[in-house]
Design a protein around this ligand. Structure first.
Ligand code: SF4
Length: 465
């Protein structure tokens, strides 16, 4: 590729997308991808992993993240890829809470029987829509969580907000319950795009919610934006990003829509011809990244952005951020314990576990007195090394061979001889530079970070074309 072409521009990105794009490209929320986890690993395996996690005094004190999943929503957004259940019948939500509370009781019993006091530092309420819960039920959830969480130790308590379901008063109520971070599902501000995805939420709604009086209650406000929605055009998406910047969230998560109509049937309600193709989506994303950076946001990993004054951006410059499947967090890595349908846990570097997606299976396990474990994954040492590499590169766009050698007692260039050879293809296209002791991803290469990470993936390996 000649030098004149090696500038960061749309034409070049599209040309390279055609070369490197693949139908299957993992976004490395977990490694290995959940489709490789085993349904043979159930409750006992998870409990053994939990016992290992708390097996030394040091580990007993290690900070943990608690994820709580509330799958219900009152209305279906057509782009949605989350595990959510749409109902207007609130009795179903109450029934779910009853089972969720029984799952918490089981965990508490297990902790008590094994002399474990989990040191939760962060809580994340996600869904679905946790904002669907009525206040009396939200109160009960917090009281129930207190049986396993010492709220005095909580550093970050985040809730995912459906802006259509809350008022300023609701946000003040959440603050009174200890919540200090809110994450708003914005997706797109364009009225035509909102119509095309069955989610109407005018910008005025968000402006009314985020008054200075409300914002002072929260140490952080996050916006989720989706790139690749139907009827999004370059012009409309530019306006959305400009509006986002005016509203000034502390953090922005700007991700590609995943289309998977085979298991998210409601996505078929979206008119395919209105969806920007993968190349146009990439350009929408590319432009939005440039605009956010120009306006003072720091790019963190592929698709996260934070104001330079935000704790996450500061931690990023000190290389002390961690990816844990719910996004980036500042500070030390935290293992995650997930509760509720579909929630995933990571306990110790060697074990992943996930609850059942389907409510009947989740309820059946709890009725039988078992933790509702659907599947799990035992990492071997090779998996652990590769995950470290993938997460480091997707977060920092560089990799220090010596650090990996020190952590895992390997000789990097021998261990990854084949991978380093494959990376030469990317190097020729100016997507990265490999020196004696580093891989550095170029500005252009940042748009291809998942494909570059795939070179180190033994489960969904990179296939050169
Ligand atoms: S996008 Fe959020 S609110 Fe909409 S259906 Fe999915 S989980 Fe529910």
């Amino acid at each position: 590729m000649n030098d004149a072409k090696n500038e960061l521009n749309e034409k070049l990105i599209i040309e390279l997308m055609k070369k490197y794009n693949d139908d299957l490209f993992p976004m490395y929320v977990e490694f290995p991808h959940k489709s490789f986890w085993s349904e043979k690993l159930k409750e006992e395996d998870y409990k053994n992993a939990l016992k290992n996690l708390f097996s030394t005094d040091y580990k007993k004190k290690a900070p943990l993240l608690l994820y709580v999943h509330i799958p219900y929503c009152p209305k279906q957004c057509w782009f949605c890829i989350c595990y959510s259940k749409v109902t207007k019948d609130y009795e179903q939500v109450k029934r779910y809470l009853d089972y969720l509370f029984r799952e918490i009781d089981m965990l508490k019993k297990f902790f008590d029987e094994n002399g474990i006091t989990p040191n939760f530092h962060d809580i994340h309420l996600g869904g679905g829509s946790p904002t669907y819960l009525k206040e009396e039920d939200f109160d009960s959830l917090i009281e129930k969580l207190k049986s396993i969480v010492d709220f005095k130790n909580i550093r970050e308590f985040t809730i995912e907000i459906d802006p259509r379901a809350v008022t300023g008063e609701t946000l003040k109520y959440y603050h009174s319950k200890g919540i200090n971070r809110i994450s708003l599902g914005i997706q797109d501000f364009d009225p035509e795009v909102q119509k095309a995805v069955n989610r109407i939420q005018p910008v005025e709604l968000i402006e009314k919610l985020l008054t200075p009086e409300i914002r002072k209650n929260f140490s952080g406000v996050n916006f989720d934006i989706l790139c690749g929605l139907p009827r999004q055009t370059r012009e409309s998406f530019r306006k959305t990003i400009e509006t986002v910047i005016k509203l000034s969230p502390d953090r922005i998560c700007n991700v590609f829509v995943t289309y998977a109509t085979s298991y998210r049937k409601h996505q078929k309600l979206i008119k395919e011809k209105e969806v920007p193709d993968i190349y146009e989506r990439t350009i929408l994303f590319y432009e939005s990244v440039q605009t956010l950076i120009k306006n003072g946001y720091v790019r963190i990993g592929f698709d996260h952005f934070a104001k330079s004054t935000d704790q996450l951006a500061k931690a990023f410059s000190n290389k002390s951020i961690h990816w844990n499947g719910l996004g980036y967090r500042a500070g030390e890595f935290m293992d995650t314990i997930g509760i509720g349908t579909s929630s995933a846990s990571r306990v110790t570097p060697y074990y992943y576990s996930q609850n059942y997606y389907e409510l009947p299976l989740y309820e059946k396990a709890i009725d039988e007195g078992k933790l509702p474990i659907y599947r799990g994954y035992k990492m071997n040492s090779n998996d652990v090394i590769r995950r470290e590499i993938i997460h480091t590169m997707r977060s920092f766009f560089s990799l220090d061979f010596h650090k990996i050698e020190q952590l895992y007692n390997i000789k990097f260039k021998e261990y990854f001889k084949k991978e380093l050879k494959t990376l030469q293809i990317f190097e020729k296209d100016n997507l990265l530079n490999v020196s004696d002791d580093m891989i550095d991803i170029t500005e252009l290469g940042k748009y291809f970070i998942y494909q570059i990470c795939q070179v180190f993936d033994t489960y969904i390996p990179y296939k050169s074309k």
